[in-house]
Design a protein around this ligand. Sequence first.
Ligand code: NAD
Length: 373
Amino acid sequence: MMNSRRDFLQKLTASAIAIPFLSSANAWDQPVNLVRNPDGPVLRVALMGLGGYASIVAKAMQDCKRAKITGLISGTPSKLSEWGTKYNVPEKSRYNYENFDDIKNNPDIDVVYVTTPNALHHDQVIRVARAGKHAISEKPMALNAKEGQEMVDACSEAGVKLLVGYRMHFEPKTLEVIRMRNADEFGKILFFQGLSGFRIGDPNQWRLNKALAGGGSLMDIGIYSINGARYMVNEEPIWVTAQETKTDTVKFKEGVDETIQFQLGFPSGAVASCLSTYNMNYLDRFFLNGEKGFAELQPSTGYGPIKGRTNKGALTQPHVTHQTLQMDAMAGIILDGDSPVVAVDGAEGVKDLKIIDAIYAACASGKRHELNL
Ligand code: NAD
């Protein structure tokens, strides 16, 4: 049906995300206030690493109420001029990887959004912090928990904020499941299943290069099940077990995981069972089970629309481009001191990295590893 409510909402929200009635109680039962303070100050964002994901973020930011692109950092001069023209970023706010420390003298930039390959986030975020600017790092925030903690420390020493690009933390259907769980509508949580994977193409891409990616599917896509297990169960895991399988040792070299299954145990006794893979399509599913009910999301973490239902029926919250919601919410976090329902700060990123470290260790040892988050 062309004129379904979802189509209508998608069109409407593309042009006007701060729809006041969406935050009122009777607005089609929508509990999510999409932009909390739409008339607040605008977050001025420099994008670093003008690749695939930066393109998605840049496009989505065109619909933001509270965030705009005011700087660009790239090693490719032609990208700087193309993006500069397209997004109206003047030459004085375009930088390369040698000179971007000069952003410290640029009053038009509040925060740098780092969307380079995983291995580069650590040093780049620390340089951004030392230039006195806030930082948003893409996931995974770093290659391991030690690096992640160094980033947190550098940002706190510099007095700047560090956020991680966990866009699902602002997604309306995800937030509705979290609201229902917090209202005890599923009862005591017993089990979570997370399936995260896709079949990866080009064998020469950085995602399959251990030095740049830090690992394989777990760093890139399995992290969604790790993070999802935590925000769905609402506890921090205390142990992990994990098993790795590899069918293609040419494409997936030493240190680059193809498929990992892992299990997490939580203090309440709840358990999670998850799959991370670069070798299977149609794997994007969360299932949460409690004593009184369940929630399932499929797709659960793709760019959307997210779809799902609970024991009470279909989830009907509107789809809004995730990165638009994320950047408006991050403006509130950085400029107004908002606390999101699910944390997106550096400490949150380090917790996922501690679990990743433990999963790799458990794959290697075959033993259960205790966690202390
Ligand atoms: P990409 O390869 O499309 O883009 C990476 C960019 O970094 C390119 O422009 C590349 O030129 C630049 N770069 C700078 N230094 C480089 C170097 N030494 N080697 C290689 N490239 C270098 O990758 P992407 O898909 O945009 O991913 C970038 C980051 O964003 C990753 O950390 C990834 O995990 C994350 N990501 C997050 C999401 C999400 O939904 N949150 C989605 C996609 C990617």
